[in-house]
Write a protein that binds this ligand. Structure first.
Ligand SMILES: [Zn+2]
Ligand SMILES: [Zn+2]
Length: 424
């Protein structure tokens, strides 16, 4: 959007990254906008990725984009061998999160004086805290979300609105002391298990909330690169941008985490991209690396694709599914999100919005339905989803719909998100 005097090339690196989609206030896809900008200015745009989006694959397959394949990794190293660890067959011990198979691989790697990385895309110590005495679960007062324990800071945080509370000594409901227990793992808890199992290992924990700034991040990355760390434990921030030359073994603590995203048509694609990227960190510079994915669903197509490395058949299947379901890029979606502090007001207005949808043979409107995260920052949320085939003009449809709506007054809000990436 900047007024460049003579822009001649745009390179979008990691073009599949969902971070290019802006869905706060002004909704747009920066990757797609750069393609539009290139087309207006008549200059080339390069979309680069080791795991391109389905949209870009389809554009390449149909000849709209030109595809340039880089056949090898830039270090010349082979892709790692990736294995699934079936958690139904090889579960971790009670209260632990690493399967004996993964513990074995870490032990071997340590013995060979090589580095391991454990990946879990969940900040904090535990995603849920409950009271052993009365069963009360600690929830955010402003959102439909559990409070996440951050043990290092001794706080409970809401990851949706930023609400934060000092870790209470007693249950806020029944006032029993010492009754609160942590359920499930976050990276801090995995780090705790690793320190207990491998007290001699040098451990680095990488999570955005634990690293104060860029300078500290650089220092930790420097220590990892120079071999001062044996086991790295991290969230999404370890997935990209850094090259760890000594890394031999990668373990995904919860491979299934991104797959239960409900209506999100990109859940499978995104999980594939993330797991591929993280397991691909192993064995970059030296010997062939190894990857392990802990999963309850080793037969899931995403897991099969990660393990076999057979990206093409996974893509064929995903593209076919999108085509049959008229999902992007074969159809267009738009989300309407209605919210208000008053629960009834939000629901009543959502139903009114649905009633006023212009009739159409091509375009269908799903909902209204309460959003999966039904309350955020004290606002009750309802959603509608518009589905249109490519040939229908969804913009005209939305404009006509907007004109048919009653005035949005007071505390009501209506957000229109064309090509949504967020379905919560
Ligand atoms: Zn209680
Ligand atoms: Zn909250």
């Amino acid at each position: 959007f900047l007024p460049y005097a003579n822009l001649g090339l745009v390179i979008v690196d990691e073009e599949h990254d969902a971070g290019f989609k802006q869905d706060d206030r002004v909704h747009y896809q920066a990757r797609d906008m750069s393609v539009v900008r290139g087309s207006l200015g008549k200059f080339p745009v390069v979309l680069a990725s080791a795991t391109p989006s389905i949209e870009s694959h389809v554009n390449a397959r149909t000849g709209r984009y030109r595809q340039i394949v880089l056949p090898g990794r830039f270090t010349g190293a082979d892709l790692p061998d990736v294995k699934a660890i079936d958690l139904r067959r090889d579960p971790p011990e009670k209260g632990q999160w690493l399967s004996p198979v993964l513990v074995g691989a870490l032990t071997e790697t340590l013995a060979q004086r090589q580095q391991s990385l454990l990946f879990l895309n969940r900040r904090g110590y535990a995603p849920l805290t409950l009271c052993r005495a009365c069963g009360h679960r600690l929830e955010c007062p402003q959102c439909t979300a559990w409070l996440v324990e951050h043990r290092f800071r001794r706080r409970l945080n809401c990851h949706h609105c930023g609400f934060s509370l000092a870790m209470p000594e007693a249950c806020p409901k029944c006032h029993e002391e010492g009754s609160l227990v942590a359920c499930g793992p976050g990276v801090e808890r995995v780090a705790e298990e690793v320190r207990e199992r491998f007290p001699e290992a040098r451990v680095a924990l990488l999570s955005s909330d634990l690293i104060p700034g860029l300078e500290e991040m650089r220092q930790i990355i420097g220590e990892i690169e120079s071999g001062e760390v044996d086991i790295i434990i991290g969230t999404q921030i370890v997935a990209k941008g850094h090259n760890f030359p000594l890394l031999a073994t990668v373990g995904i603590v919860d491979g299934d985490l991104g797959l239960s995203m409900g209506a999100d048509p990109r859940a499978g694609e995104r999980t594939f991209q993330l797991l591929h990227q993280v397991t691909g960190r192993a064995g970059r510079a030296m010997t062939k690396g190894r990857g392990f994915v802990q999963t309850h669903m080793p037969d899931h197509p995403v897991m099969e694709a990660i393990i076999s490395g057979d990206r093409e058949s996974f893509l064929d299947r995903e593209i076919d599914m999108r085509r049959r379901g008229l999902l992007p890029p074969f159809g267009r979606l738009a989300a309407l999100v209605i919210s208000a502090r008053d629960k009834d007001l939000a629901e009543k207005f959502a139903r009114e919005v649905a009633r006023r949808a212009p009739p159409s043979d091509l375009i269908s409107v799903l909902g209204p339905a309460e959003a999966p995260i039904s309350v955020v920052r004290g606002r009750h949320r309802w959603r509608l989803l518009v589905k249109a085939p490519r040939e229908a003009n969804i913009q005209d449809y939305l404009r006509a719909w907007g004109e048919a709506l009653p005035r949005i007054a007071g505390d009501l809000r209506l957000a229109v998100d064309v090509d949504p990436y967020n379905f919560l």
